[in-house]
Design a protein around this ligand. Structure first.
Ligand code: HEM
Ligand code: HEM
Length: 223
């Protein structure tokens, strides 16, 4: 009963921590103007996000959009259940109803950040691989959105970390399961997990295509 149950597959966990590291790297390289590194890390992040979105349809139950996107009323019920009690929040096999929307928001913000980056330019010599297909006005506008959207992303990360801390205070450690994949749950049903290796194969295929078309020269230059 009280033995840890697998809830996060290896792909979701690897995705999460590589994503967190990539964003720190993209923040630093973007603001410092280290554009070759910025592009290389951005291509990694692009391959990660595209594979995670596919995993949201065909991956483990806890990774699927259908499983973690609930109705707004379920979110309100969940938030009400958190309020004013000294007990730990209700357990969920995967993201809770409020967390599901947070995850969705991250995917939207990351998609905007990556898409605008592909059309952005730094007014010096670096431009995203799709910037040449649009006018310089459009590219400048994309660059502007790229900078604004990053602030939204930072705000979302702030809320994310605050929520994780709040759960810790409420005596629910969400970080350990995101590391080990397992969580002690009181429910008898266990989520259906797909082997994370399948996710990594999808990542390798998408990453390979991005590498061949966009990243090869930059990686060769950096190494
Ligand atoms: C750049 C920083 C970060 C971003 C963009 C980010 C984004 C995300 C996303 C998108 C998910 C959903 C994962 C999925 O379903 O694939 C998630 C889950 C999670 N993240 Fe982060 N994260 C960041 C940093 C962190 C850090 C530093 C921690 C730990 C201190 C953390 C702890 C967690 C935990 C515990 C979950 C699972 C939440 C749950 O049980 O529902 N994250 N994060
Ligand atoms: C999640 C992915 C990404 C993040 C978090 C990110 C973050 C950033 C940040 C913080 C900056 C500095 C903005 C400023 O000066 O205020 C920046 C600039 C830039 N990024 Fe990204 N970026 C991402 C993806 C991309 C991609 C995919 C490309 C193109 C392949 C790209 C190309 C650029 C360019 C050309 C600039 C320079 C813009 C300027 O000088 O104003 N970025 N990025």
């Amino acid at each position: 009963m009280n033995t840890p149950t697998p809830i996060w597959d290896g792909f979701v966990r690897g995705y999460h921590w590589l994503q967190a590291g990539s964003i720190v790297g993209l923040w630093y390289t973007g603001t410092e103007g280290l554009m070759d590194w910025h592009f290389a890390i951005a291509y990694l992040m692009l391959a990660l996000l595209l594979s995670r979105l596919i995993w949201g349809v065909i991956g483990s139950e806890t990774a699927r959009f259908r499983h973690f996107i609930h109705s707004p009323s379920a979110v309100l019920d969940y938030l009400r259940s958190l309020h004013g009690k000294n007990t730990p929040p209700a357990q969920h096999l995967g993201h809770n109803p409020a967390g599901g929307y947070m995850v969705l928001m991250f995917f939207v913000l990351l998609s905007v950040q990556l898409t605008t980056g592909l059309f952005a330019n730094d007014d010096i010599i670096s431009e995203g691989p799709l910037a040449m297909y649009v006018s310089s006005n459009t590219s400048s506008y994309m660059t502007y959105i790229h900078a604004i959207n990053f602030n939204l992303l930072l705000a979302a990360i702030g809320v994310h970390l605050a929520a994780i801390l709040l759960y810790l205070i409420k005596k629910e450690n969400l970080i350990k399961p995101m590391l080990s994949g397992r969580k002690v749950i009181s429910e008898t049903v266990t989520p259906k997990l797909v082997n994370g290796l399948v996710g990594w194969v999808i990542f390798a295929v998408i990453g390979g295509v991005i590498y061949i078309y966009w990243a090869k020269d930059i990686v060769a230059y950096l190494l």
